[in-house]
Design a binder for this molecule. Structure first.
Ligand SMILES: Cc1ncc(COP(=O)(O)O)c(C=O)c1O
Length: 403
């Protein structure tokens, strides 16, 4: 390892470098088309954020630059509850909210509060890589349930739960991105959502509903949030301003039963005391002034256009080489090559020779490790780069098939 491994805690052996962050380092500042990252298009960022920030610093400086409560600025927490309700998430009288440093911190704190080494955590496959890393770090044992265009296959989940029960085991937690999933862009049907909630009741586990993308779907979708369908406070609803305002603010939130929120608050006290007070004031004003709604509308239009560009390019260049998911929202599509090529082994060549980057799919499949897959991002690059990037990937794959 390195010169300090003898000092490092055992926990560090569970750390995994995020492949995406490593790749971003490789592509930074170079003439490479990156379909690897997951950045918002900066054109969605609202110009008025500048004025709001100056106004806050003029009128409320003493508060906005000060330490604030661990669970979040009180007025902002009220605003967040209203905002979440306005978006169609039904909340119960026992629900409470905590503000976190991005939704990534929500996931981390939830894992810290709920997951002991050896606990079974149900995940989708493919799943959001950075969430899998959080649960792994806490010693979770994954049970992976495959997804299709309609989200997690709950009939398979049911079989798995029955099997676990027969072995005297049960999961503690299920982690899902049920709407506009990362990395597939799929959305769970209403029937499967209801089935999942029934199973959580029957087999007594909690559910994390991670929801960064549902506010800007590319087509009108009919669904109820898992939180809405949840009669007994089993769902922890997690969301973020990263895609609907600006990721640099690092503001996310979790809504769950107040007893769970209290645990999360205690965990947060030792992690970072509280999330940025200034960012909370900015996000609160952005909601009140309609800036978040305007950002959402820009996001919907812009990302739909780019999703379409990616779908067309895949159709044109990859139809004989692969299948891929058809995202109804979010930032990504997952590509499944028809041939048995390890995309991880090819990525360096893709970057150096073909000047295109993607994320090898393997780590989105923490259990089954599907190597012939890749995640492609369409939110950041302009449509012409998306087309060119896909064309280059197709050329690389064709070359490898011939070889
Ligand atoms: C599914 C999902 N969850 C959580 C996050 C973390 O986002 P943030 O910490 O910026 O809120 C992301 C970011 O891409 C994501 O796609």
């Amino acid at each position: 390892m390195d010169g300090y491994s003898r000092f490092a805690s055992k926990r560090t052996t569970l750390f995994r470098a995020s492949e995406i962050r490593e790749l971003l380092k490789l592509t930074e500042g170079k003439d490479i088309i990156s379909l690897a990252g997951g950045l918002p298009d900066p054109r969605v960022f609202d110009e008025r954020l500048k004025d709001i920030t100056s106004r806050i610093l003029e009128d409320q400086r003493d508060l906005a630059l000060q330490y604030s409560p661990t669970a979040g600025v009180t007025e902002f927490r009220k605003t967040l509850i209203e905002f979440t309700r306005d978006k169609g998430v039904k909340l119960g009288p026992e629900d409470d909210v905590i503000v976190t440093t991005g939704s990534q911190e929500s996931l981390y704190l939830i894992a810290r509060v709920l997951v002991d080494p050896g606990d079974i955590v149900i995940i989708e496959e493919p799943t959001y890589l950075a969430a899998a890393n959080v649960f792994r770090e806490h010693g979770a044992v994954f049970k992976a349930i495959p997804i299709d265009h309609d989200g997690m296959k709950t009939e398979i989940l049911e079989e798995r739960l029955r099997q676990l029960k027969s072995e005297g085991k049960k999961p503690k937690l299920a982690y899902l991105v049920p709407t506009c999933q990362n990395p597939s862009g799929s959305t769970m049907t209403q029937e499967r959502r209801k089935h999942l909630i029934e199973l959580a009741e029957q087999y007594d586990f909690l559910i994390i509903e991670d929801d960064p993308y549902s506010f800007f779907t590319f087509e009108p979708l009919q669904f109820d949030y898992l939180k809405t369908l949840d009669p007994n406070y089993r769902v922890l609803y997690v969301s973020t301003f990263s895609k609907i305002l600006a990721p640099g603010l690092r503001i996310g939130w979790t809504i769950a039963h107040k007893d769970l929120v209290r645990y999360i608050e205690l965990a947060k006290q030792t992690v970072d005391l509280h999330s940025s007070t200034l960012s909370q004031y900015i996000a609160m004003e952005a909601i009140k002034k309609g800036i978040v709604e305007d950002t959402i509308e820009r996001a919907r239009i812009l990302y739909k256009e780019k999703r379409d560009a990616m779908m067309e390019a895949l159709e044109e260049h990859m139809s004989s080489l692969a299948t891929w998911t058809k995202p109804v929202g979010g930032f990504f599509t997952m590509v499944y090559l028809n041939v048995d090529l390890d995309t991880k082994a090819l990525v360096n060549e893709a970057v150096t020779k073909y000047k295109v980057a993607y994320v090898p799919g393997e780590s989105f499949f923490p259990v089954t490790k599907k190597k012939n897959t890749m995640r492609l991002n369409f939110s950041y690059p302009p449509p012409e780069k998306i087309r060119e990037g896909v064309k280059r990937i197709a050329t690389l794959v064709k070359e490898k098939i011939k070889a």
